[in-house]
Design a binder for this molecule. Structure first.
Ligand code: FPP
Length: 255
């Protein structure tokens, strides 16, 4: 139902998800369809990313996770990898001050050990500068793969057991969660993938246990605020039962 004086989709605050995660897919196809180089698709993709952060914040979403570079993306041609790394550098350099001013808190998930030496300090700067902000948390999944994240977490826990600090029986779902890159971040309520592909591609496999999945035909560069709001309206109509028989009384913790 449109709000009076606005073309915006009306969203009920009690049905806004707390955490939305997005697989931003289709940059390359967006560019090819226009006879443009793939790099242009990624560049437009960053614009869509900025708009998504703004839209999520406006809608009262507490956490927005964006899959920016997967641990499998290293198999792309060298030129494309360096385009994506360049976009991350520019994004942090250009947008960090604005995001900080807008009270956005930044978290980065993924393997930090194999990144170029100038990328890690940028990511750390983004996290440190914004750590006390109280607005939306933007989680950037960079050099991220869920299996890799789980392997790293298991190694950490196995190390604790080997050192005699915990017993194998002390390993619980809670301890595993605390050992993942997403420690302290609630599980995503909604995972959106653009471009019509219908798979998770190694994204948040542990955390996605009860997430609602939504596949949208638009290529990522075409993802707009209105697309986002329409997805949230569809989410509000979903019934979440978390394995029980009754719908959960509250859909989300989001304000
Ligand atoms: C998928 O498009 C998208 C990615 C590989 C990552 C998303 C990246 C951005 C939005 C830009 C980078 C932003 C930062 C801040 C690093 P695709 O290339 O797989 O598209 P295709 O499936 O059509 O080829």
């Amino acid at each position: 139902m449109p709000r009076s004086g606005s073309h915006m989709t009306h969203l009920s605050p009690s049905r806004i998800p707390s955490h939305v995660a997005i697989i931003m897919d289709g940059n390359g196809r967006w560019a090819s369809a226009r006879g443009l180089p793939r790099a242009m698709g990624h560049r437009k993709g960053v614009e869509a990313l900025r708009e998504a952060v703004r839209a999520a914040s406006e809608c009262g979403i507490s956490y927005l996770t964006l899959f920016a570079f997967s641990s499998e993306n290293w198999s792309r041609p060298e030129g494309e990898i360096s385009d994506l790394m360049g976009l991350l550098r520019t994004f942090i350099r250009r947008d960090l001050a604005v995001l900080h001013r807008e009270n956005v808190r930044i978290r980065v998930i993924g393997d930090r050990t194999t990144l170029a030496s100038d990328i890690l300090p940028l990511l750390l700067e983004a996290e440190e500068t914004t750590q006390d902000n109280s607005g939306i948390t933007l989680v950037i999944a960079f050099n991220y793969g869920a299996r890799d994240e789980i392997v790293r977490a298991m190694r950490r826990l196995a190390g604790e057991v080997a050192a005699g600090r915990i017993d194998p029986e002390d390993i619980t779902a809670g301890r595993i969660e605390a050992a993942l890159d997403t420690a302290g971040i609630p599980d995503p309520d909604l995972i959106i993938r653009t471009s019509g592909e219908e798979r998770l591609s190694n994204f948040l496999l542990w955390q996605a246990a009860y997430a609602e999945l939504m596949f949208i035909p638009d290529f990522w560069p075409d993802f707009s605020r209105e697309t986002f709001r329409a997805a949230l309206a569809r989410y509000a109509g979903r019934e979440r039962r978390f394995g029980g028989l009754q719908p959960a009384t509250t859909l989300a913790v989001g304000s």
